[in-house]
Design a protein around this ligand. Sequence first.
Ligand code: NAG
Ligand code: NAG
Ligand code: NAG
Ligand code: NAG
Ligand code: NAG
Ligand code: NAG
Ligand code: NAG
Ligand code: CU
Length: 256
Amino acid sequence: MKASVIALMGIFITGAYSHSGVWNYTVDGEQYPGYRWWDADAGQVTIQRKWPSRNPLFTPTDQWSACNNNGTATIPSYHAPIEAGSLISAHYEKNFSIPGEKAELQQENWPHEWGPMLAYMTPCNGPCDQVNATEALWFKIEERGLYNGTFVDGVWGMTALYNGEPWRLTIPATLEPGNYLIRHELIVIHTLPIQYYMECAQLKVTGSGSNLPGPEYLVSFPGAYNASDPGLDIQLWTRDYNRTDYITPGPPVWKG
Ligand SMILES: *[C@@H]1O[C@H](CO)[C@@H](O)[C@H](O)[C@H]1NC(C)=O
Ligand SMILES: *[C@@H]1O[C@H](CO)[C@@H](O)[C@H](O)[C@H]1NC(C)=O
Ligand SMILES: *[C@@H]1O[C@H](CO)[C@@H](O)[C@H](O)[C@H]1NC(C)=O
Ligand SMILES: *[C@@H]1O[C@H](CO)[C@@H](O)[C@H](O)[C@H]1NC(C)=O
Ligand SMILES: *[C@@H]1O[C@H](CO)[C@@H](O)[C@H](O)[C@H]1NC(C)=O
Ligand SMILES: *[C@@H]1O[C@H](CO)[C@@H](O)[C@H](O)[C@H]1NC(C)=O
Ligand SMILES: *[C@@H]1O[C@H](CO)[C@@H](O)[C@H](O)[C@H]1NC(C)=O
Ligand SMILES: [Cu+2]
């Protein structure tokens, strides 16, 4: 175990530190700021649905697990154009600074390094602000679980964010054009209960694709996950420390 890990264990087990979410997006090369939950809505120009605070949800069946609380669009008509097959990057940033914190915790990167990242989309069939995210059917377009190593010392999907990189992902190249919500989700597994962070944003997908996923790929939130799913029933420090066999929750990835 890394010395730094031992040093941090106590803090992470007892403290609800840091947290945050997607601060902004780069969609097909254009920058879009996310919703600033600590600011007034007036004047915010964002494709992201509102989210209420830096804090996570703590249960996979939370009523707000689709798009984080009852988030609505600040600008209903604002959808970021992106050609199917192109790149969207989600930039995460830490939004909490504790006086006297250890230097290694003062970095502005996403503060957690243990857990998977999962991205979903749902067709809006019109303006995305009209979609009730809880009733929507979502399909998974990407998952990044444990790449290698053990649960505690290995490389996770989230490790890249911890190291300051954005989460870059590609919209399926054959996806039918139209408006979609995209839902970025991080599942942080080093605490009990584990933590769920999700934010949604409005996209206008262009291109010449004509594919949509079949019913075996579609899930709702809540509904897609159970607390007893192998990828969510994690006790990192006391039981699952040395494991290497992480199973990412939810449906299979739809590749287009
Ligand atoms: C988006 O976030 C990144 C990383 O935090 C930052 O470097 C960049 O300036 C931000 N861009 C906008 C438009 O907010
Ligand atoms: C939506 O969430 C806000 C807090 O973010 C709350 O004030 C409001 O009452 C909620 N509305 C509903 C319908 O739950
Ligand atoms: C982080 O959130 C706080 C609200 O607690 C806000 O006042 C502050 O400006 C945010 N940090 C940055 C760098 O924007
Ligand atoms: C969204 O759908 C859920 C589940 O059917 C429902 O409970 C909720 O009231 C709906 N929200 C709105 C704003 O209609
Ligand atoms: C573990 O996976 C990461 C991400 O794919 C990779 O960069 C790294 O080289 C891998 N490490 C080993 C020891 O295979
Ligand atoms: C979650 O567990 C309940 C009760 O065991 C079961 O009915 C349901 O199908 C499960 N859902 C998923 C997505 O596995
Ligand atoms: C993990 O492996 C180490 C070294 O083999 C062992 O000392 C430790 O007890 C194991 N921990 C758990 C929780 O299995
Ligand atoms: Cu946190």
